[in-house]
Write a protein that binds this ligand. Sequence first.
Ligand SMILES: Cc1cc2nc3c(=O)[nH]c(=O)nc-3n(C[C@H](O)[C@H](O)[C@H](O)COP(=O)(O)OP(=O)(O)OC[C@H]3O[C@@H](n4cnc5c(N)ncnc54)[C@H](O)[C@@H]3O)c2cc1C
Length: 468
Amino acid sequence: MSDILESIRSIVGAAGLISSAEETAQYATDWRKRYRGSAMAVVKPASTAEVAAVVRACHESRTGVVPQGGNTGLCGAATPDSSGSQIVLNLSRMNRVRAIDAHNNTMTAEAGCVLGNLQKEAEKAGRLFPLSLASEGSCEIGGNLSTNAGGTGVLRYGNTRELVLGLEVVLPSGEIWDGLRGLRKDNTGYDLKQLFVGAEGTLGVVTAAVLKLFPLPRSRATAVAALQGPDRALDLLKGTLDACGERLTGFELFSDFCLSLVLKHFPDASAPFAKRFPHYVLMELSDTRPGDAVASLAESVLGAALENGEILDAAIAQSNAQAKAFWKLRELISDAQAHEGPNVKHDVSIPISGIPDFIRATDAELARAHPGVRMVTFGHVGDGNVHYNVSAPEGIAPDVFVRQTAAINLIVHDSVARFRGSISAEHGLGQSKRDEIRRYKSPLELELMRKIKSALDPHGIMNPGKVL
Ligand SMILES: Cc1cc2nc3c(=O)[nH]c(=O)nc-3n(C[C@H](O)[C@H](O)[C@H](O)COP(=O)(O)OP(=O)(O)OC[C@H]3O[C@@H](n4cnc5c(N)ncnc54)[C@H](O)[C@@H]3O)c2cc1C
């Protein structure tokens, strides 16, 4: 065993070290199995002090450290390179909720807590932790913070960045920064915690966080509205926000082609209306008061939208089961698209008002350059996040289509840039967009990022080869 592994073993013990190639392989492969690396070892510390000692040892020996949570990331950011010289620092054993303060509306949790468990712990205390993603059964809060995860609640509660009040971080030197403050007001200079949020493990290891909690919603209304297109969806969004304010907690747009793929590949799913329409919006209202006030609100908003021609039809879920079935239609789109064959995915964000023009312009350009491609466009339109996915033309050989990936990315991402959007709304840069981002961020912005990186991590040991 090498010197560095010997010293790591003396810190974490046998229970915290996995070094056989067979066992490390799953930690060195990403969720979608697009990236396969090779780890010198997987290290699973059980406390902040252990993380600090491991990172210090890596700092001294200049060993690369790849932090990892639930390994559900979608851009290869938690996968080591293929050299076998980096360690994966997996935080899953640090999974304690240290405190819940119902009066301060905060929860202090360790980085390895699974998101779904944190939601349950908050609920037991009569509180809501609103971060919600389809991967919540596996992803961990340290990973959510480090990717600034989004999900379905962003419209009302914000990204993970907006849900954190304090952090505890092990710096690349091995020093521990205790920034576990539960303050909503703190104007004492630079907001250091935000540097680590969305940093994808390149600036330090998040070991714990103070998270914001909210009152639990006690009533909900879920509805699907049928409409002509994204322009009408924006009218509906504005009208609903005017009428419902922060009771609007979800607003998702999907095209009829998305619905048709779900119905084709998941025969148990059923269409929300007897007739088909060009587009649909799934919206959810929630309130902290029990009763049917939000259902009445949904009825009046949708009734008014029907009357003024903004929408073509509407269905309000009459039961929890029907609400879940509506959400299922939206959630199954990605899987349905995978069943349909090869595709090129884009997780982009656009200022909300620009979404209809972005979709029109990009659809037209792609159709010209790649005739027959099928656009599977959906997303959290309430917060400007569009999943602009492109399925292969029917009948094309998969390898022929896959060779067009870079050209398709270029068209979509250049279009995003023209609309002053972002080429990564939720998933981060990791390895997959590390090189591409150079085309879209200004040299000055990249230089500022490099300066921050080298100030905190002069030897470049934290998650080498990711983001920058
Ligand atoms: C089915 C599915 C649905 C998804 N839906 C969404 C969605 O709606 N919205 C969304 O934003 N994402 C979504 N994702 C992506 C993914 O779940 C999120 O990015 C999530 O936040 C990653 O958490 P994780 O614990 O799995 O992190 P990992 O994948 O383990 O790591 C992600 C990044 O964070 C770093 N990291 C992890 N832990 C730490 C730590 N303690 N300190 C420092 N750095 C750390 C890693 O080095 C890596 O750079 C989805 C993924 C799947 C598979």
